[in-house]
Design a protein around this ligand. Structure first.
Ligand code: SIN
Ligand code: NI
Length: 262
């Protein structure tokens, strides 16, 4: 694993993105970008994400359900202008395109809140096997910290250089052994944990194996993940919460209002 680039600056702009960030992302399948949005933006967007997540958790409780790993709410950009601002943020989308190196469309966003002392890590997995996609080589997720996320508040870890693994079936993010029983070699690869300050993000490729620690602190962990996909990605006919209502024909391109070019 090459050394992760170190920035002396608190913020990172797309038009001056250092080449070593792009090189690191392409080699390893993930990279941390300090200050992709300002602290003020993070506080405002974070507060809104907390409100949306709390309302969803309350709704779930009233229906008798709980979600231990995280409270996940999908495609908030379609209903909330503050989340939309983050999902289509020009600095985030411009950096995503520079890292991926191709034209991108939005796939979806999800608010990911881990409550204090949730005692449940998000176990090792790749994201792409969960998505009903064909013709998708450069999917890229932005995981944006909206509060400070030290290692013990549920920060993410990544396995370097494993984003070429296209051979693995879907892994269970509630099962600690799931990825390693499918790919025993990955257990012995180096792993990097990337704590983030509010306003920092990591980008990871859709096939990069990653996990998030449990939240062992007294504060909520609030993050917004936004996934961008290659322009030209097709629907492969499988079940997914985002595409099910659309009744798409297998083989059709993901495009139009719900999957805008960014
Ligand atoms: C998490 O935030 O807990 C996990 C996010 C992910 O798996 O992409
Ligand atoms: Ni994931």
């Amino acid at each position: 694993m090459t050394i992760h680039p170190k920035s002396k600056q608190a913020s990172t702009r797309a038009d001056s993105l250092p080449e070593d960030y792009i090189k690191y992302y392409r080699e390893n399948g993930f990279v941390k970008i300090p200050g992709i949005i300002s602290k003020e933006e993070a506080a405002r967007i974070g507060q809104r994400c907390r409100e949306i997540s709390d309302a969803a958790a309350e709704q779930k409780r009233s229906e008798g359900g709980t979600r231990k790993i995280f409270t996940q709410v999908v495609n908030n950009w379609t209903t909330d202008p503050v989340v939309k601002e983050a999902v289509l943020h020009p600095n985030i989308t411009a950096i995503a395109k520079k890292l991926a190196g191709v034209a991108l469309r939005l796939w979806h966003d999800h608010i990911l809140v881990k409550p204090p002392h949730n005692h449940a890590p998000t176990e090792w997995h790749q994201d792409q096997p969960y998505w009903p996609h064909g013709n998708s080589s450069h999917p890229i997720s932005c995981w944006l910290a909206l509060v400070d996320v030290p290692a013990d508040r549920g920060s993410m870890s990544f396995i370097a250089g494993a984003h070429h693994r296209e051979d693995l079936p879907m892994q269970n993010l509630g099962d600690k052994r799931s990825l390693f029983s499918l790919a025993p070699d990955l257990e012995y690869e180096p792993k990097l944990t990337l704590p983030l300050r509010a306003g920092d993000c990591t980008f990871h490729h859709g096939r990069t194996p990653h996990m998030a620690n449990d939240n062992a602190t007294d504060e909520h962990r609030v993050a917004l993940a936004t996934i961008y996909i290659d322009d030209g990605t097709t629907y492969d006919g499988r079940h997914h919460i985002v595409t099910d209502p659309l009744k798409l024909k297998p083989g059709s391109r993901l495009e139009g209002d719900l999957f805008p070019l960014v």
